[in-house]
Design a protein around this ligand. Structure first.
Ligand code: ADP
Ligand code: MG
Ligand code: MG
Length: 635
């Protein structure tokens, strides 16, 4: 779930040393960004490209004793895959990447979709969509030969019994006194060992805040769940941090170890990237709710369906001063958001009045960025990212040439995990332009569903541009929606703030003092209302057109061959059916599976046998040995 590119060569600095160099790194990082901005500010990329990232959980079945455990083999698999990548170069069809858990592995397509489309090629639209699902299937085949007998890679947001006893192969035990994580549930072997990267992050977090992270997810109160629900731990810190009626977790891996689906898309130019970033932001909670798939934590059913806040809490490195719990003495800022969080501000000049959430940023960096020609909202965004400390610092790379290197910028950028990431063109890859990454979605259970969510994200971006749609609402309303989106069955039970009139980007309200290029909207209370996801997606009466009909219009307006057209229609329909409750979300399906299991005792406990049967069923579905109609087709 958190990826940071490859680790720079050389010895990694420890926490104390990295603190001494933090300011230096940031100053150089700002200069590196200014160089990237100025080189690319007029850049135009007419060819549209996009790509997905999917994270998988590696498990091992023990069919004799009806158990399934996490298989801690990512390092072994990655070393082989890296070798193949080196050998095969551009011909490699699947790229495998490291993730935080030693039981996780990420895959992306060898080349982004649309990479070989010529602008004038009439097939270019097909190339964007016709290979997505096949490419996802190909990944499973690509790695299958490396898996042990009874081992599988699963699309699964989180392993349901993570942190319970006897849940890893090889067997590992927590060691709260001597381990780096200090967890009473998880051993350090859960953390990806490869190149020590995630160990350094683990250490950094604990040293910075002086204690382990504390994560509490609400318990689902079933008919026989103890009320109140209180767990007893033989551990002082745990007893203090664990909340009543919550499932307590104490290691970043509970958050980091969640798998998600991300989509990166290229913009024609920097301004289009601003528009995509802003307009996709209000859609982040909606797509998250539609794909909710995380109803279980640490062997208990939760009253949430989503992973997001567990990751937010697991990656919160703010000190009590920064959180506002103590007066500022050692730290510089009060910081509203953890490093992993929903976006804090829009990037278009015209949307600045909707930035109603306080934003802290470094004024010196901001001034330097502005002085170098960076537009103020982008300057503020970068100066906000740069209030954080660098985590991964190599002793050999402290001094860098801002004209030719960008590691310090990337180090800060890549350790700010927002719901959307604004990605500037990488300095060393001239073929790649300005991009926006859509990061809120949970991994779905089948390739068809993952392809549907990825393709629909792209279709949403296309209708935003084509119909000049305006989804902007105040940032604090998106924050509210992010919480709502994780509630149990939120997709069918909850209402979300959404913009009432989405065709207003053409006819903005002018505010005195802004010139024509810097149009600003007034925040009118009446511009947004609460709607159900069904209303948002499928529309209602004459009041709201619905995003599904707009996507269908768009799909009809582009040239697609019959097969691709059929597939894309199916994807759009799948999302429409999720919105209207004709199809379940993975979270609903999993919760239902647990509650119907003959060993479930209505006490919220997800036991070993249920976990085995659930994952075994998922594995059969994912390998297409089991009919999946109830998940993807509404009959
Ligand atoms: P990160 O982990 O930093 O988000 P990755 O390299 O893992 O980035 O994934 C980036 C995604 O972007 C991949 O799906 C890749 O195919 C896609 N991609 C690569 N080049 C482009 C491009 N020019 N435009 C859009 N997407 C791209
Ligand atoms: Mg990645
Ligand atoms: Mg990513």
């Amino acid at each position: 779930m958190i990826t940071m590119g490859l680790l720079p060569a050389g010895e990694q600095l420890n926490f104390q040393d990295s603190q001494r160099h933090a300011e230096h790194i940031r100053r150089q990082g700002i200069k590196q960004f200014i160089n990237i901005y100025n080189r690319n500010k007029d850049r135009i990329d007419r060819c549209f490209k996009w790509g997905d990232e999917m994270e998988y959980t590696i498990v091992r079945f023990d069919h004799n004793s009806n158990k399934v455990r996490l298989s801690l083999r990512s390092e072994e698999l990655l070393n082989i895959m890296y070798e193949r990548e080196e050998r095969e170069g551009e011909n490699r069809r699947v790229l495998w990447r490291q993730e935080s858990g030693s039981f996780q592995i990420e895959a992306t397509p060898g080349q982004p979709y649309g990479y070989n489309s010529d602008l004038n090629d009439k097939n270019s639209m097909n190339n964007l969509f016709n290979n997505v699902e096949n490419q996802m299937r190909e990944r499973r085949l690509d790695i299958r030969g490396l898996l042990h007998e009874d081992e599988a890679i699963l699309c699964l947001t989180n392993y349901p019994r993570m942190g319970c006893a006897d849940t890893t192969v090889p067997n590992t035990k927590p060691d709260p006194l001597n381990s780096m994580s200090g967890s009473i549930f998880l051993s350090d072997d859960h953390i990806s060992h490869l190149n020590q990267k995630y160990f350094i992050i683990e250490k950094y977090f604990n040293e910075r805040i002086g204690h382990k992270v504390a994560i509490n997810a609400p318990i689902f109160k079933d008919t026989k769940t103890p009320d109140p629900f209180i767990e007893f731990f033989d551990h002082k810190e745990a007893m203090r941090a664990a909340k009543v009626d919550h499932i307590y977790m104490d290691s970043k891996i509970f958050g980091n170890g969640c798998s998600c689906l991300q989509v990166t898309m290229q913009a024609t130019d920097v301004n289009e990237a601003f528009i995509l970033y802003d307009q996709l932001a209000p859609l982040t909670p909606i797509m998250m709710a539609l794909g909710a798939s995380t109803p279980i934590f640490r062997g208990y059913l939760s009253d949430r369906d989503g992973r997001w806040d567990v990751i937010v809490d697991s990656l919160d490195d703010r000190t009590p001063e920064e959180r506002g719990e103590k007066p500022l003495k050692h730290n510089k800022y009060r910081i509203q958001r953890p490093r992993y969080s929903a976006i804090g501000a829009y990037l278009c000049e015209s949307n600045q009045s909707y930035n109603d959430s306080p934003i802290v940023y470094n004024k010196d960096y901001y001034n330097e960025l502005i002085g170098s020609g960076v537009p103020p909202p982008l300057a503020q965004h970068i100066a906000y990212l740069f209030i954080r400390d660098p985590i991964l610092i190599s002793s050999e790379k402290l001094d860098q040439n801002p004209e030719t290197e960008s590691d310090h910028f990337e180090a800060i950028q890549a350790t700010n995990w927002q719901s959307l990431r604004f990605k500037p063109p990488p300095l060393n890859q001239p073929a790649i332009g300005w991009r926006v990454e859509f990061r809120p979605m949970e991994i779905q259970m089948t390739d068809a569903e993952n392809a549907a969510f990825a393709v629909v994200t792209i279709l949403l971006s296309r209708i935003i541009l084509k119909y000049k749609l305006n989804f902007v609402i105040p940032i604090t309303k998106i924050d509210e929606n992010m919480s709502t989106a994780q509630k149990r069955d939120s997709v069918n039970r909850c209402k979300f703030w959404f913009r009432k009139d989405i065709f207003t980007r053409n006819t903005p309200l002018f505010v005195n003092g802004f010139n024509d290029n810097h149009v600003i909207y007034d925040v009118e209370e009446e511009s947004y209302i609460e709607m159900s996801i069904n209303e948002i997606m499928n529309g209602y009466e004459q009041e709201f057109p619905g995003l599904i009909p707009l996507m269908k219009d768009y799909v009809n307006s582009i040239a697609l061959d019959a097969q691709t057209y059929g597939k894309v229609q199916q994807y759009v329909q799948l999302i429409a059916d999720r919105a209207s409750a004709k199809l379940p979300t993975p979270a609903q399906w999993i919760r239902d599976f647990v509650r119907k299991h003959n060993t479930y005792k209505y006490d919220s406990v997800v036991n070993e046998k249920i976990t085995y049967d659930l994952l075994n069923t998922l594995n059969r579905i994912q390998n297409e040995c089991l009919n999946v109609n109830e998940l993807i087709k509404n009959n």
